[in-house]
Each structure stands twice: as structure tokens, then as C-alpha cells.
Write a protein that binds this ligand. Structure first.
Ligand code: B1M
Length: 233
């Protein structure tokens, strides 16, 4: 690395250069630099959601592509994920700061066999920011984990996340068990994760597939409104 690069001062970069640099830093798993970049963009008046999507999520997409193409390997991707989480931790309270009244309760978790949690953590943050109460039960959840959590938390919505083509069929296992227990229609079931699509969501009996966290918020709001209308009369 040259002296010039050693002396790079993030706060001296303009917005475009900084975002580009943050993508490089995310790629290199540099958590402190990511945290600093996030803080600088916020100080410059960027909305937390803009920082999240345009710097962090966009940066993670590049990591994902190179992981797919065999350029990056698990240890590097773990470091990138750790750097991303550092940035998300700063944004979390800001996204949740709307002071909106609770509009619904959701349990969310990644399905059995799957340990990817960045996407569902992001959905959690955005849902909380929109006024939902969310219980995030983490990774690698069995049918029993999901069913216990929705009952205990008195959830309106069950959200399931899967990032692997090998784990996404487990969502159907959960939904089938809900049907067998006669509780399927008591909950709104939303599913998401990179390998899913709308067709898959329909095929497994979910209420909706959510492409990203913003869609998850809109979809959840829509279903909650319909639910209240039905209940109200
Ligand atoms: Co993994 N991994 N990974 N990985 N990993 C993927 C998913 C992969 C696509 C990479 C690739 O090849 N391009 C590939 C899956 C291929 C496939 O199944 N077809 C893959 C693989 C193969 C693996 C391993 C098998 C690798 C190995 O060991 N050889 C292994 C499996 C581990 C396991 O789960 N059992 C593995 C491991 C890992 C790490 C541990 C290194 C790390 C995870 C760290 C962590 O999460 N704490 C990791 C990562 C980081 C990725 C990529 C690079 C990034 C995922 C991510 O965080 N994206 C990923 C590549 C990719 O997705 N392009 C990849 C950012 C996040 C914001 O997006 O999660 O899509 P996403 O969430 C979005 C939407 O999908 C949606 O909203 C979110 C926000 O907008 N959404 C929901 C998600 N969940 C939702 C739930 C909802 C609603 C919306 O409910 C209502």
C-alpha cells in the first residue's frame, strides 16, 4: 500500500468518493473505517436509510458477486459481514427513532440449516423503524422454534428468511406444520431472502414474498390494515 493510501482521510472525500471508498472498505472487512464512513455521511445530512442502502447494502452486493465467482472466500466474507454489522449498529437506533405507535407484532428468524442473518437483521431494523414490535429469533430455527416464538410473542406476522437454495424448502415445512396445527390463518406469513421469488412464496403457501426490507415493511403494513378492516367489520 502506498503512503498516499495510508494517509487517506475519509472526511476529506466528497460524498461519491466516500461511498466508493466505503465499498472498498466493506470488501476488505474494515469495520472501523465503515463505522467512520457511516458517521461522516450522517453528519453530512444523509438519511439513515440512504446510508444503509447506497453504501452498505450496495457494497455487500459486490462482496456477494465475488463470493459467487470464487474471488472471495468464507473468511473474507465473514469480515465483510462483520464490518457491515458495525455500520448497521450505528444506524439501528436512528431507523427505529420514528416514535410511531406499534402497528403490529412480528417474529422473524432464519430457517434451520441457515446462518445468514444480515438480511433479517435489516428487516428487523426497518420494521421497528416503521412502528412494528419485532422479536428476532436469530439463525438456524426449527419448526418448534418458530411456533413457540409466535405463540409466546403473540405475533401477528411470522417472517422467515433463507439465503440458501438448500434451506428455503424448510419454510414450507414450517407453514405445513402451521396448517396441521390449525393455526395457519391466525398469522400473516411473509418470506424473504435472495434465492426466493414470488412464485416460490405462493407455492409454499406464504402470504407474500418480500424482495427487500422496504417491501417487507410496506407488505406488512398492507396486511395489517386489511386484517383490521376484516376484524372491524
Ligand atoms: Co453465504 N451464501 N454461505 N455466507 N452469503 C450466499 C447466500 C450465496 C448466494 C453466495 C454466492 O454464492 N453468491 C451462496 C448461496 C448459493 C445458493 O444457495 N444458491 C452462499 C453460500 C454457498 C454459503 C455457504 C454454503 C458457503 C460455504 O460454506 N461454502 C455457507 C453456508 C452457511 C449456512 O448458512 N449454513 C455460507 C456462509 C456465509 C458467511 C457465514 C460467510 C456469511 C454470512 C454472515 C452472516 O449473515 N452473519 C455469508 C454471506 C455474507 C453471504 C452473502 C455474500 C451476502 C448475504 C447478505 O448478507 N446480503 C451471500 C451473497 C448474496 O446474497 N448475493 C451469500 C446482504 C443482505 C442485506 O441481503 O440477505 O438478501 P439479503 O436480505 C435482503 C433481502 O433478501 C430481504 O431483505 C433483505 C434486506 O433488503 N430479506 C427478507 C431477507 N430475509 C428476509 C426475510 C423477510 C423479508 C425480507 O421476512 C419477512
Amino acid at each position: 500500500m502506498s503512503d498516499e493510501e495510508d494517509e487517506l482521510i475519509l472526511s476529506e472525500l466528497d460524498d461519491d468518493e466516500l461511498v466508493e471508498q466505503m465499498m472498498d472498505d466493506l470488501y476488505d472487512g474494515m469495520k472501523e473505517e465503515i463505522e467512520e464512513g457511516v458517521n461522516i455521511l450522517l453528519e453530512r445530512g444523509w438519511a439513515p436509510y440512504k446510508v444503509l442502502t447506497e453504501a452498505l447494502v450496495a457494497g455487500m452486493k459486490i462482496v456477494g458477486n465475488d463470493f459467487r465467482d470464487g474471488i472471495l472466500f468464507v473468511p473474507e466474507v465473514l469480515l465483510a459481514a462483520n464490518a457491515m454489522k458495525g455500520g448497521m449498529a450505528i444506524l439501528k437506533p436512528l431507523l427505529a427513532e420514528t416514535g410511531a405507535p406499534t402497528i403490529g407484532r412480528m417474529v422473524i428468524g432464519t430457517v434451520k440449516g441457515d446462518i445468514h442473518d444480515i438480511g433479517q437483521n435489516l428487516v428487523t431494523m426497518m420494521m421497528e423503524g416503521a412502528g412494528f414490535e419485532v422479536k428476532n429469533i436469530g439463525i438456524n430455527n426449527s419448526v418448534e422454534d418458530f411456533l413457540e416464538a409466535i405463540a409466546e410473542f403473540d405475533a401477528d406476522i411470522l417472517g422467515m428468511s433463507a439465503l440458501l437454495t438448500t434451506t428455503m424448502p424448510y419454510m414450507k415445512v414450517v407453514i405445513d406444520q402451521m396448517v396441521a396445527n390449525g393455526i395457519r390463518d391466525d398469522y400473516i406469513v411473509l418470506v424473504g431472502g435472495a434465492p426466493l421469488n414470488e412464485e416460490f412464496g405462493k407455492a409454499i403457501g406464504a402470504d407474500a414474498y418480500c424482495r427487500d426490507a422496504a417491501v417487507a415493511v410496506d407488505t406488512a403494513k398492507q396486511f395489517m390494515t386489511n386484517r383490521h378492516n376484516v376484524r372491524g367489520g
